[in-house]
Design a protein around this ligand. Structure first.
Ligand code: SAH
Ligand code: MG
Length: 940
């Protein structure tokens, strides 16, 4: 649009009041304050003031970004406000009578704004731009009074906004504003001089002497000072380094920046928007290149970084700023602010620079929030608010969007309400039956239907959806998790974390093909618009050096370290497990083996994290899982990403020289200080004596003794608590086997059983022990025909259909003579909940929602009522020719609400099992892998 076009807009006289005009021009920036004042005659007769109060009068003061005025006194508030507005308009040179709608045209407003910026009134105000105007008057020779256009275009929020209303694409290409300012200024030939080629604007007539004298006095600060800044060469091959800007009080700091960039004149320097927080003065400075100006004037909307093949594209700077930057750039925190007349400046270190880069990546934001750049990792699971450490997923996602100049994420939750159920008196049991019937009807339904219904439940659950839009409201990512949560805030966090995990994987590898992006999105309930997505992150794409650390595959592969390797200190017996909070102290050093040079990079005396949520480097977690409280370990890792190390280290120059050495590696020294057990375990220990887990084991041992069993398989043995306890008793057992899908747990089980079997006399009868890694819902011939099978507190960790499948597989294929299965009794949760224990980790804001009963452990997929469990067990028993008896531990079976842990004991019938047509055909394949094997022959 050309300036002239604005005359096409019909010129109508405005019927706007002065106050309305102020609002239209300044919006929220206009601050009206009305105060009561007593009538002036009171001053003449002070004695009468109390008795004879005159009518109340009002005075209004109006604060605008650049000026403030105060009205006279009026009888009505409104009048005072109108008067103040009128005074302000006078000061701004706006005549309310001739103010017309055309004024709202952004072109005219832009012209007026520039007029105002070069008025003598503006020169003395506190505004980021007025400092530049004053400094320009201190420039010497031909440059006297020259104000660089980029300063006007980039540092006045009003000009930026007006440019955006002229063309919203300015959001993406901020330097388009430069050509607007040039055009607008060219139309003000009576007031300013311009040079399109040179990119400066200058006030035509000199300022009144008074003003300039005053100003020079004010800005007189001592001698010259030096500001630390960061030089970012455009070539990725060249290293980023620190530079000093010598900004003396009398020069113009932009000339110093220009010189550093090899330019003669500040007008050739372009300035980015603030980087990081909106209020920051950290910006990038770079030369306005030919290419760049070409781009500005030709108004390219789909700039792709690689279209400039001349090698001048500055990938690192472009990523930092979210703007396409060409040529070398300087990152500095310097400029004039709204607060002070003098130049504001802050030193930037290399560490700050690397941290800013880190902040562009989801896992980087998380690491920074934890203050553990070299140890923390973005968790892959959100379990509970109480277990999360560092910024919450929702905060991280908001930071991420801000960093990439996207709109704030939009959250919407659906509350899935459930029929309220009676919770008191004798109706309880009846109600329970009702809801159980309802539940079977919905058996194939969503996770919500599974288990979350129950007798004590009131209120519903929440499902959350999050959407991420560009600044132009183009939908980029949409995540609608299937899961629902009892707490609304949990549903927000979960949805946010899914998006973060997906984005992080992309940032680790920008070359991920669209198909794999698609499939990983699917798994995380994410949909994305590829066009909008790639556009949003186009400027970040080229930074390949970002792909630090491990890939997702790298995370998944488990440590193959032998139990006990590299760990020192006595075994205290207190070890972490999934869901517990480990507290470690650690330090990370860079080590050069040949010269034995060590340099501390990062350390912490107290670093807490949840086991099993992948919130630390997987090597660290793997090591911790093999340690007990008080033990220490040293881990060595290769240097994957110099960027991370530089973001962690303070002395970057020294670190850089160390990193360049070939045999440099990282040494992590870790001590496990404390373990806080998962809520369920703590509860079981505190409320039951002996602890519920012990009671379960004892229950199983009793059965084993009664039957004189010689072989036992523990399905879902975890870290071997049952097998371990069994070894404390004299039994008839000769062969014990454990199966689990958690390799980590099995490694711990192996460690415990190994030392126990080699030392313990009670277990002398045991001839062999094996641990298998594999799923208990799949067939493996080696698990068949044991005397006794146990499956304690395992089925609730599977989806309900898997629990049914397990029942089928175990009773029809594995056929143990006796099978003992335990699982929590959901009805008992009311009692657990009444105790403070299960509530103490709730944050107060969620108190109300926690009234609804929750599962005992975040990993539980369901918890069954007695009726549900009995249904499961009886159906299976009938189908597979077993008998079944019910019992339990904790509490009493004769009293409501039954045992805390319910137990079913299946016994194999004598009649042969009928053929089961509906069972899957199995191949006699050894799907389990042996993790550890022990034979009595080895006993020392
Ligand atoms: N029985 C142990 C552990 C209970 S925790 C005890 O009483 O202490 C539940 C265990 O079930 C976990 O170790 C988990 O890894 C395991 N598990 C869950 N699903 C499984 C499956 N399909 N196959 C084998 N183990 C499974
Ligand atoms: Mg459990």
């Amino acid at each position: 649009m050309e300036i002239g076009e604005s005359t096409d807009v019909a010129v109508r006289k405005s019927a706007l009041t002065p106050k309305a005009i102020i609002y239209q021009k300044f919006g929220n920036e206009a601050c009206f304050k009305v105060e009561e004042v007593q009538e002036s005659n009171q001053n003449e007769c002070p004695g009468l003031a109390i008795v004879q109060r005159g009518p109340c009068l009002y005075r209004c003061s109006l604060q605008l970004p650049e000026i403030s005025v105060s009205s006279g006194t009026f009888k009505k508030k409104k009048e005072a406000e109108q008067s103040a507005s009128e005074l302000a308009l006078q000061k701004l040179g706006i005549d309310p009578a001739t103010y017309n709608i055309a004024e709202q045209d952004p072109w005219n407003a832009l012209v007026n704004r520039i007029k105002f910026l070069f008025s003598s009134e503006f020169l003395t105000t506190l505004h980021p731009l007025s400092g530049h105007l004053r400094a320009a008057l201190q420039r010497e020779g031909d440059l006297y009074g020259h104000v660089p256009v980029s300063v006007i275009a980039m540092l006045d929020p009003k000009i930026s906004n007006l440019s955006k209303s002229i063309d919203p694409k300015v959001e993406l290409h901020p330097y388009m504003a430069i050509s607007y300012v040039m055009k607008a200024a060219a139309g003000l030939s009576g007031i300013v001089d311009t040079s399109e080629k040179q990119l400066w604007v200058k006030r035509k007539n000199p300022y009144p002497l008074k003003i300039t004298d005053l100003d020079i006095q004010q800005s007189g600060s001592p001698g010259s000072c030096s500001v630390e800044a960061i030089y970012i060469p455009c070539s990725n091959g060249k290293i980023v380094y620190a530079v000093n800007l010598d900004v003396s009080s009398t020069g113009y700091y932009l000339d110093v920046v220009a010189n550093q960039l090899g330019l003669m004149d500040a007008s050739k320097v372009l300035i980015t928007r603030p980087i990081g927080r909106a209020s920051s003065e950290v910006r990038l400075y770079f030369a306005a290149s030919e290419t760049h100006m070409l781009e500005v004037s030709s108004d390219l909307s789909n700039t792709k970084p690689d279209m400039h093949s001349d090698g001048s594209y500055n990938t690192r700077s472009s990523c930092l700023s979210g703007e396409a930057i060409y040529g070398d750039a300087i990152l500095a925190s310097i400029g004039y602010t709204w607060k002070f007349k003098d130049l504001f400046h802050e030193d930037l270190s290399m560490q700050t620079y690397y941290r800013m880069l880190l902040n562009k990546v989801p896992s980087g934001v998380y690491k920074l929030s934890r203050g553990a750049i070299l140890a923390a990792d973005l968790p892959l699971a959100y379990t509970t608010r109480a277990n999360w450490r560092g910024s919450f997923p929702r905060e991280i996602l908001c930071t991420f969007c801000r960093q990439h100049r996207l709109s704030e994420p939009i959250y919407s939750t659906v509350s899935i309400s459930e029929a309220p159920s009676e919770t008191s008196g004798s109706h309880k049991k009846l109600k329970l039956r009702d809801s159980a019937v309802e539940e079977t009807e919905h058996a194939n339904g969503s996770i919500v239907a599974a288990g979350s219904k129950g007798v004590v439940e009131s209120g519903g659950t929440f499902r959350c959806e999050v959407k991420i839009y560009s600044k132009f409201q183009d939908l980029i990512i949409e995540c609608s998790p299937k899961e629902s949560y009892k707490k609304q805030s949990d549903s927000y966090q979960n949805a946010s974390l899914k998006v973060l995990i997906w984005l992080d994987a992309y940032f680790m590898n920008f070359n991920t093909p669209v198909e794999s992006l698609n499939s990983s999105a699917c798994e995380l309930d994410i949909k994305f618009n590829p066009t909008n997505f790639f556009k949003a992150f186009a400027l970040c794409r080229p930074i390949q050096s970002f792909s630090y650390g491990e890939t997702q595959e790298g995370r998944a592969d488990e440590s193959n370290a032998m139990p006990g390797q590299g760990i020192c200190g006595p075994d205290s017996g207190v070890s972490p497990s999934n869901g517990s909070i480990a507290c470690i102290s650690y330090s990370v050093m860079s080590v050069i083996k040949s010269t034995n040079t060590k340099e501390l990079l990062e350390s912490s005396d107290e670093f807490e994290f949840e086991i099993g949520s992948s919130s630390v480097l997987h090597q660290i977690e793997a090591a911790i899982l093999q340690m007990t409280v008080g033990q220490s370990a040293i881990l060595h890792m290769d240097v994957h990403s110099p960027e991370l190390i530089l973001a962690a280290a303070t002395d970057s120059e020294r670190i850089l020289s160390l990193l360049s050495s070939k045999d440099c590696c990282l040494e992590y020294a870790i001590t496990l200080c404390q373990v806080t057990e998962p809520l369920e375990d703590r509860m079981e220990q505190a409320l039951f004596s002996p602890p519920l887990s012990k009671q379960r084991v004892e229950y199983a041992v009793q059965h084993i003794r009664q039957t004189c069993a010689t072989t036992l398989v523990d399905f879902g043995c975890g870290s071997g608590s049952l097998l371990d306890s069994l070894l404390n008793y004299q039994t008839s057992l000769e062969k014990i086997v454990g199966v689990d899908i958690s390799h980590k747990s099995l490694v711990r089980a192996a460690k415990i059983l190994h030392s126990k079997l080699n030392a313990n006399e009670a277990s002398a009868g045991i001839k062999s022990a094996i641990l298998y890694d594999g799923s208990i819902t799949e067939f493996d011939p080696r698990l068949c025909r044991f005397d006794i099978g146990t499956c304690l507190e395992v089925i609730e960790h599977m989806e309900e259909d898997q629990a049914w499948l397990f029942g089928d597989v175990v009773l029809s294929y594995f056929c143990p003579k006796i099978l003992i299965v335990s699982t929590p009794n959901y009805e008992y949760n009311v009692i657990l909940q009444r105790s403070n224990l299960s509530n103490q980790e709730e944050d107060p804001e969620d108190k109300a929602q926690s009234q609804a009963c929750k599962f005992r452990n975040h990993d539980h997929k369901f918890e069954w009522t007695r009726e549900q469990f009995e249904q499961w067990a009886s159906d299976l028993a009938t189908k597979h020719n077993y008998s079944v008896e019910f019992s339990g531990v904790g509490g009493s079976g004769d009293m409501e609400p039954g045992f805390a842990s319910q137990i079913a004991v299946f016994r194999k019938g004598t009649t042969p099992t009928l053929a089961n047509d509906d069972l899957p055909v199995v191949v006699a394949d050894n799907h389990c892998s042996v993790v550890w094997e022990w034979n009595s022959g080895k006993r020392s």
